[in-house]
Ligand binder design. Sequence first.
Ligand SMILES: Nc1ncnc2c1ncn2[C@@H]1O[C@H](COP(=O)(O)OP(=O)(O)O)[C@@H](O)[C@H]1O
Ligand SMILES: [Mg+2]
Length: 366
Amino acid sequence: MAQVIIFAPAHDIHASAVAWSLRRAGVEALVSSSLRQGSASRFAVLAGADGLHGWASDFQPAEVSAVWYRRPSRPGLSDQAELDRWFSAQQWALFQKNFLAVAHSTVPALWVNEPAASVAAESKLLQLRVAAEVGLDFPEALVTNDAGQVDQLIRRWGRVVFKTFQGHAWEDRATQRYYNTDVSVLDAASELPEAAIAFCPGIFQRYIEKQCDLRVTVIGERFFCARIERKSGGAYLDWRPAILDEDMDVQPFQLPPAVEARLRELMRRLGIVFGCIDLVMDGAGRLFFLEVNQQGQFLFIEKMLPALPLLQAASAMLAGGRTDYALDGRFTAGFEAYLDSADYQQALAAPIDEAPPTTIEPAVTD
Ligand SMILES: Nc1ncnc2c1ncn2[C@@H]1O[C@H](COP(=O)(O)OP(=O)(O)O)[C@@H](O)[C@H]1O
Ligand SMILES: [Mg+2]
């Protein structure tokens, strides 16, 4: 019987939903934040003249159809004595790193995504370099902590978007107000304090006057594209905080074949089989690539647009262990049905552990 391994914490809704969907269809799904599911987990990798052979007590490598490398973290060791943990944590972290560096040899399954490729694909600069190589249009971007460079960019493009590598939220203790980093637009009137910009690098990019955003969820060979804009007309500067807005409109969209072909080539060169691609469309209908999130969120799209069977597609790809899976009705329940399940309630109640994310060296992709 096929087994699917999902590396994610118990509170990850996407992991919980996919595991639920797989189990309903009789596919075994193992969800664990790391290789070490618990004290009972045992592993071995035999390195011999004929290569590597993996063995694990929690799963059978030869039976695994796919591994969803969604939100991996270092092995948890809360069952071990605190004084011992410093050393064993390193041993476990490095064991896992070793194991993942040869992912296909130890677990010969479809990896979604392959660990080394997934780390490399997190680089926005690598993404834009590959986008240029495959002929995708994208707004010129500058990654810098130098105010003079930003100033030049504003002079050249008039308006420039500032965005962060990662979102951040904080509370002002004095006023108890909450703040979070936002996408913002800079122009000739913007202050560019040299010391503040030098303090922390960011991403500055030519501003595109948008007609709408496109979110393309790539699940193996299938592309599911949604067009996002306001019902009242026009695009959001940043649509993410607007997800619960009544005014948000999400519709299916057919990508031009030439753009889709380039996006396929981008995914192929990045070595990833799953990703959520952000594109924007300008007033003239021209599409610009912004980024690909190799483990982005996608079920909210299905919630707003049930015509895109994303949960079924992810389940079918993982169960079949191939990117050219069929959508043949084996997985019938969608995300809406999951939201009515006990599994959803369990995921909501699961504690949020603070384990640091797994770090492995980026692959050399040149
Ligand atoms: N160059 C740009 N021009 C106009 N809007 C942009 C630009 N870059 C990002 N945005 C908007 O900001 C939001 C987040 O952009 P994205 O590039 O996907 O960054 P993130 O990594 O924060 O998700 C999207 O709504 C997108 O339309
Ligand atoms: Mg994005």
